[in-house]
Design a protein around this ligand. Structure first.
Ligand SMILES: [Zn+2]
Length: 581
């Protein structure tokens, strides 16, 4: 072998090696550092990522249910392999999968299927409500419980400006126990129901924390406050399992939701645990928060009973928190306030300042249990006094050392919020306080807030601009329970948040948020409030490939049109799980 040809061969082979290296480099470049080929590419979209830089991209690549890459059409499309499925978004606007950060999935299915419909405005009066109940009583089995659903604040909405009375309920149902819900915080029961619940003269509390309102002579007047844990449920395990595997996910997916923080009664948990451990993969990610008695009294010290069994897929099922109610709710005039509600209704708890359900000590105990078990404590606080009690409880937790886990106040500042309370929340936020709010209520409760509290107090509610500017990142939740199914539509909430339109006209227009901020309430801030911001809430490589394709470009349409925007496609783990007809 001559020298020159050996050198030439060596040069040739090293050139070959170099070219091969270069080719490999380009292949790896195109397929990501790990050389991964996406399962699916969605392209030709206007994709609002809501990442830190708030960038808008055209395409996303998905691998194993997570985003692999996001960017311009050209750069993402070249990642495709021969088996990659290509989906044209047709230029549509896409946002991260929506997260309902406070909701009641089981109650929603139960109330919407099984309850007599007495919902305003379809049912405008007590008179009509009684007629509807009478029709149901006729076909009910003797002795069976009958439940009727009225929307929140019906005591201000019905023509008669009150709820039906005990005597009226007795006149339509003397043999069947009957309970009429005013939202979910105030019930009016007939004599049969009071008897079945063991309510007697002079009694003010039910065994699971519900309150009993008495007349001047000390007799129960039919009104029960926060008695949801005391009233029997007719649901069977089979019905519950059906809810979790069919109805719930279908319903939330149809509004663009891909995750919920579902709040549920402890007895329901074994059914969901069974569904989850059986390997069932839902189209909605369930993060669950559990309540026992309304005041948290019977919450066990060891919460492992609520955890999902080993082997359950944590991408779909998580045990996230525990909940108690510090008070009722201002729309039922049961939210705990420092000063009384205006006027008087027969359904008002004694003193006219609402009702306290959970004491400071009980709230502290619940927060301690949550910290010890590594889950989120959720305290429902509606009235200004309840918010103080909630924050006092968390101050006690913080005084014992830096909290290890998040803790939340539900409905923070929705009805009332003083400047001092906002300051306190900002300080607590740094220790792990997260808040959830319900913007949709602007559309249905602003008017009753003004009637019940007066304009000055009512105007301290719904101050989302102040919250966002103070940096406390409010998470939005529908808080839907089935008394008002339309509340589930997040676009209604976004419309109200941006336009400040309410059932009492423009409500504090200076408190309006931008569309991007309103979207963050339902995505990244919702994820933050659940401690899941590394997994979801924005469209970024590594996060779950959850998205919604919208019917309009929410960033450019006139704000008044936001209410008409619909979810066209809901995508979970890269797969289309809902498509509008
Ligand atoms: Zn709720």
């Amino acid at each position: 072998m001559s020298m020159p040809s050996a050198v030439a061969r060596r040069i040739k082979s090293s050139a070959c090696f170099f070219i091969c290296l270069l080719m490999l480099f380009f292949v790896f470049q195109a397929r990501g550092a790990a050389g991964e080929i996406p399962d699916i590419i969605y392209y030709n979209g206007r994709i609002i990522t809501l990442d830190k830089s708030e960038k808008i991209v055209e395409a996303v690549a998905v691998l194993n249910g997570k985003f692999l890459a996001v960017g311009k059409d050209a750069e993402i499309r070249k990642l495709a392999g021969s088996a990659t499925r290509m989906v044209d978004l047709g230029g549509k606007t896409v946002v991260p999968g929506l997260i309902d950060a406070h909701t009641h999935p089981v109650e929603t299915m139960y109330l919407s299927s099984d309850f007599v419909n007495c919902r305003y405005p379809g049912v405008p009066s007590v008179k009509q409500a009684l007629r509807n109940i009478t029709d149901s009583v006729k076909t009910a089995k003797k002795g069976a419980w009958i439940f009727a659903a009225c929307v929140s604040a019906s005591q201000t909405k019905f023509t008669e400006k009150r709820m039906p009375t005990l005597a009226e309920l007795d006149s339509v149902s003397s043999d069947n126990p009957l309970v009429v819900l005013d939202g979910t915080h105030l019930f009016v029961a007939n004599s049969k129901a009071l008897e079945a619940l063991g309510v007697k003269k002079g009694m003010t509390k039910l065994p699971h924390g519900g309150g009993i309102v008495l007349d001047k002579e000390g007799n129960p007047n039919g009104t029960l406050t926060d008695a949801f844990a005391d009233v029997p449920s007719k649901l069977t395990p089979a019905q519950l399992a059906h809810f979790f595997t069919t109805d719930i996910q279908k319903f939330w997916n149809s509004y663009g939701f891909t995750s919920i923080l579902g709040i549920t009664q402890g007895d329901v948990v074994p059914v969901l645990q069974k569904v989850a451990s059986g390997g069932y993969k839902p189209t909605l990610r369930y993060s669950m928060s559990v309540w026992k008695a309304a005041n948290g009294e019977d919450m066990p010290d060891d919460l492992s009973v609520f955890a999902f069994p080993a082997g359950t897929d944590p991408d779909y099922y998580r045990f996230t928190g525990i909940k108690a109610w510090v008070d009722g709710e201002n729309d039922a005039r049961t939210g705990l306030m420092n000063s009384p509600y205006l006027g008087h209704k027969d359904t008002d708890p004694v003193g006219g300042k609402g009702s306290q359900v959970t004491s400071l000590n009980q709230a502290v105990r619940l927060a301690q249990i949550a910290q010890k078990n590594g889950v989120i404590c959720m305290l429902h606080c509606s009235g200004d006094k309840a918010m103080d009690i909630g924050m006092n409880a968390y101050d006690t937790i913080c005084a014992a050392g830096k909290p290890k886990h998040l803790f939340r106040i539900e409905h923070f500042g929705v009805f009332q919020m003083s400047a001092n309370q906002l300051d306190r929340a900002v300080k607590l936020y740094k220790e792990g306080l997260r808040i959830s709010v319900q913007p949709t209520w602007l559309l249905i409760l602003a008017k009753s807030d003004i009637e019940d509290m007066g304009l000055e107090r009512a105007s301290t509610g719904f101050r989302f601009r102040s919250m966002v500017d103070a940096g406390i990142e409010p998470a939005a939740g529908t808080d839907v329970t089935g008394v008002y199914l339309e509340n589930t539509n997040p676009m209604k909430a976004i419309y109200a948040t941006v336009t400040r339109n309410s059932d009492a006209g423009k409500f504090g227009p200076e408190q309006a948020l931008t569309v991007t901020e309103a979207l963050k309430m339902w995505t990244i801030w919702a994820a933050l409030s659940m401690g899941e911001e590394k997994l979801k809430g924005s469209i970024e490589p590594g996060k779950f490939a959850d998205m919604v394709v919208l019917s309009a470009d929410v960033l450019s349409i006139p704000p008044e049109q936001l209410i008409n925007v619909k979810a066209l496609k809901t995508i979970v783990a890269g797969n289309i799980v809902y498509e509008a007809k």
